[in-house]
Design a protein around this ligand. Structure first.
Ligand code: MN
Length: 313
């Protein structure tokens, strides 16, 4: 039997990031829920999937709790952070009431029946925007929340090195680092090392860890891992390609591309399963399911726009 919800009864608002959550999605949800709570709003930090090792490290480091798992958004009030595309949102998003969106990605396909607060800004992380909200509102950041936001910012911008990094990110990072009393470079490396370890993980876990689907003229997926040592992935290459092909069929995607990003070399090897011609049109010749992209680190800024150009609707 289905339970009828009294629309006035439950005023809880779930602040939630994208599926396969990364550190930015998790920490931005926690910080923004806190921001709303300061205004007396019953906001709760939520997550749309399992926490990755990097985020686990960050939460433990600052003594923060995991947000609650939101399996379905049906009948719930939600604030979306760090995404605005249906294909990346928590299940049943069409049956949710979206109250706000805070994001730093391209404008996607989420639609709402009435006007909402929608803040999109082309900066390096959602955390940058939220830290700035605290500053502008004159709300004090606790050491814990500043630490979470700093971690998210450094994670998304690959320690301020990614092409997505703006002056605002640098300023905000400096401010947060001084609250937390951490050195940006060394703390950034600590976070990244927690993420880069793929040892002991299955090919599927590696693929799904940071996996995003895009509904372009063809459905594609681009996942990304960050490494500090090429050898780690070399050993698993065949296994990864095989599993990518399986996932591609399951998800009914024309293409799955995996960005293997070396954060020391600041470059990416793109592994490709499926329609290689899409990648070839965007980036050049694919040899043995792979193409090397020097200087490429950002999925959002350096990979997706090129694929979009080939697959525009
Ligand atoms: Mn982000």
């Amino acid at each position: 039997m289905q339970e009828k919800k009294d629309p006035r009864g439950d005023d809880k608002i779930f602040v939630v990031g994208h599926k396969n959550p990364d550190t930015d999605s998790i920490c931005s949800a926690i910080a923004y829920a806190e921001f709303k709570q300061m205004d007396g709003i019953n906001a709760v930090a939520a997550r749309a999937g399992e926490i990755n090792p990097e985020t686990k490290f960050v939460l433990e480091h600052f003594g923060a709790e995991e947000p609650i798992l939101l399996k379905s958004a049906a009948g719930k009030k939600v604030i979306l952070v760090d995404h605005n595309e249906k294909s990346q949102a928590v299940d049943d998003i069409a049956e949710a009431e979206i109250m706000e969106i805070i994001d730093h990605h391209r404008i996607g396909d989420i639609e709402t029946p009435s006007p909402i607060f929608f803040h999109a800004e082309p900066v390096g992380s959602s955390a940058t925007i939220i830290a700035d909200f605290f500053e502008k509102a004159g709300k004090k950041l606790s050491k814990k929340t500043a630490g979470l936001l700093l971690s998210a910012l450094l994670s998304d911008t690959v320690i301020l090195k990614s092409a997505t990094t703006t002056d605002k990110d640098k300023e905000v990072a400096k401010r947060l680092a001084s609250i937390v009393n951490e050195d940006i470079e060394s703390f950034g490396m600590e976070i990244k090392k927690a993420k880069s370890s793929i040892a002991g993980k299955s090919a599927r876990d590696i693929i799904k860890q940071d996996f995003k689907i895009y509904d372009l003229s063809k459905k594609i997926a681009v996942c990304q891992i960050e490494i500090v040592d090429d050898e780690e992935v070399k050993k698993m290459r065949e296994e990864l390609l095989e599993e990518m092909e399986k996932v591609r069929k399951e998800e009914q995607c024309a293409l799955i591309a995996m960005m293997v990003t070396n954060i020391i070399k600041e470059s990416t090897e793109l592994l490709v399963a499926g329609d290689e011609s899409i990648v070839e049109k965007a980036f050049g010749k694919v040899v043995n399911h792979s193409i090397y992209l020097p200087g490429v680190m950002s999925r959002k800024k350096q990979v997706i726009p090129k694929l979009e150009k080939i697959l525009n609707k």
